[in-house]
Design a protein around this ligand. Structure first.
Ligand code: HEC
Length: 158
């Protein structure tokens, strides 16, 4: 009987130890996961409206580095602001940078957007914009490969 009591005592002690261990592991896991989600503990910090912070963001927006407008990636040149103001409202400037076209094709693209995508009349800015585009994003002399000619297209059978 005495031995049985002692055994029971041990089991209880071990059980208590396990519970404490379990809780500790649980707490560490939870705080670990929390730190992963919010490493700066920003949820506990009071949000301050800091006017100097806002000003630096605005200044950064139009920062030019190595001849490139940082926020949009567009080349710094005459007409840059007109392009930013008229061409980055609906889509990323990447769409412009990725495309290299002749004057006619840039105008065609603008007309296409005006006819189908609600692009507004650019007025006197159109000349400035097209000039900027064709100066800084003209067609490349040679692409990765020449355009294929004389292709014999065939119909897919279904
Ligand atoms: C009113 C909205 C709007 C404005 C402003 C706008 N675009 Fe677009 N543009 C579009 C839409 C919509 C597409 C199609 C996007 C797509 O296919 O994901 C597009 C596509 C393009 C493309 C890709 C065309 C192609 O053949 O894939 C280029 C280049 C482009 N725009 C340049 C410009 C330029 C330059 C300006 C400034 C003159 C401009 N966009 C202003 C709406 C606009």
């Amino acid at each position: 009987m005495e031995q049985q009591n002692q055994f029971r005592h041990y089991v209880k002690a071990i059980y208590r130890l396990l519970v404490i261990l379990f809780i500790m592991v649980g707490m560490i896991t939870i705080s670990g996961v929390y730190l992963l989600v919010d490493p700066t503990l920003s949820a506990f910090k009071k949000e301050e409206f800091n006017s100097t912070y806002v000003r630096t963001i605005e200044e950064d927006e139009d920062k030019i580095e190595n001849g490139v407008h940082l926020k949009t990636g567009l080349v710094e040149a005459k007409g840059l602001m007109e392009v930013i103001n008229n061409c980055t409202n609906c889509h990323s400037s990447k769409l412009i940078i990725q495309n290299r076209m002749t004057t006619e094709r840039w105008i065609e693209t603008i007309r296409w957007m005006q006819e189908t995508q609600n692009l507004w009349d650019l007025g006197t800015n159109e000349k400035i914009i097209v000039n900027y585009l064709v100066t800084n994003y003209p067609p490349k002399k040679k692409g990765r490969r020449e355009i294929l000619t004389n292709i014999e297209w065939y119909d897919l059978q279904d």
